[in-house]
Write a protein that binds this ligand. Structure first.
Ligand SMILES: [Zn+2]
Length: 295
């Protein structure tokens, strides 16, 4: 038996035979019990190769669903949420899984600290908060006679670990914004949550992983070609690229998922972007205090 990595095996399953469900004893035809959903276990599924196959799939995310979901995420924002909300779930990865895969890749290849602010960013780039944060850190270092380098290292480790968890708060905050901005009696909390998860999956995968690493790679190549591309990895250029892709996502996404007309879509996109920036700011401040709390 061959590994069915990319090829689909011919279906030799006998759909006409009645079977008794091993879980609930219900009699049914086909691959799945229509009461409890248990799947018929075929002899081939008990083979070692099949085990290897599913193991590989679990680790590589190459089972087709991830690629299919990613393609839709980039080419038709909002369509994945729309399909899932309308009951088409099997062809795609679960939205929560997609979000966690995106999150995993982001922390594996971080280029910018968009969701995990370094101590430097906390102390210098966040306005009023930075002034206060500087004071708190200075006091702590003086009081406990800590070595600054040790402190920075411990801070970075703890902040990275915490942000993997706290990023969920951003998803819920954006869900809340969507609930208010796109309120309708026909749309449930679950629907807004789907769209919010899709938004952050897009943001993490396309911007923080694909674009950020692409820019980073191009800058590293510039010594070979003698081109100066360092502007690609400046904060301001990356911010412009990020905001542009977010506008693209929200305009297309709100059209596809919420069915918004353009005269609502444009102002709502602007309001959502501004409020979302606000939630990221609050998130970073929370991350600072949560990180410091345990040090
Ligand atoms: Zn059953």
């Amino acid at each position: 038996m061959k590994l069915s990595f990319f090829k689909k095996k011919p279906d030799t399953f006998d759909y006409d035979v009645s079977r008794i469900c091993k879980v609930c004893n219900h009699m049914f035809k086909g691959r799945y019990c229509n009461i409890c959903g248990e799947k018929v276990l075929e002899p081939s599924e008990r083979s070692f190769f099949n085990f290897l196959d599913s193991l590989l799939n679990a680790f590589t995310f190459l089972d087709g669903k991830f690629i299919k979901s990613l393609k839709l995420l980039v080419t038709r924002p909002g369509q994945l949420s729309r399909n899932i909300a309308d009951g088409q779930r099997v062809p795609y990865m679960k939205m929560v899984s997609l979000f966690f895969v995106a999150n995993f890749f982001y922390f594996l290849f971080p280029v910018f600290d968009s969701y995990n602010s370094s101590l430097y960013t906390q102390l210098n780039s966040l306005g009023n908060h930075s002034v206060k944060a500087k004071e708190i850190v200075q006091n702590k270092i003086d009081r406990e006679a800590i070595n600054l380098q040790d402190f920075e290292r411990d801070y970075a480790n703890r902040s990275t670990n915490l942000s993997k968890l706290l990023i969920i708060l951003l998803v819920f905050a954006f869900t809340g914004l969507l609930l208010i901005i796109n309120f309708s009696k026909k749309t449930f909390f679950f629907d807004h949550l789907l769209f919010s998860l899709e938004f952050y999956s897009f943001q993490l995968l396309l911007n923080s992983v694909i674009l950020a690493n692409l820019f980073n790679g191009l800058v590293k190549l510039n010594s070979i070609w003698g081109l100066d591309l360092t502007f690609l990895t400046t904060d301001s250029f990356f911010s412009i690229a990020t905001v542009t892709t977010m506008i693209y996502f929200l305009l297309r996404g709100q059209l596809i998922f919420y069915g918004l007309r353009w005269y609502w879509n444009i102002p709502k996109t602007i309001i959502l972007l501004l409020l979302m920036q606000g939630t990221v700011h609050v998130y970073r401040i929370m991350l600072f205090y949560f990180t410091l709390w345990g040090l």
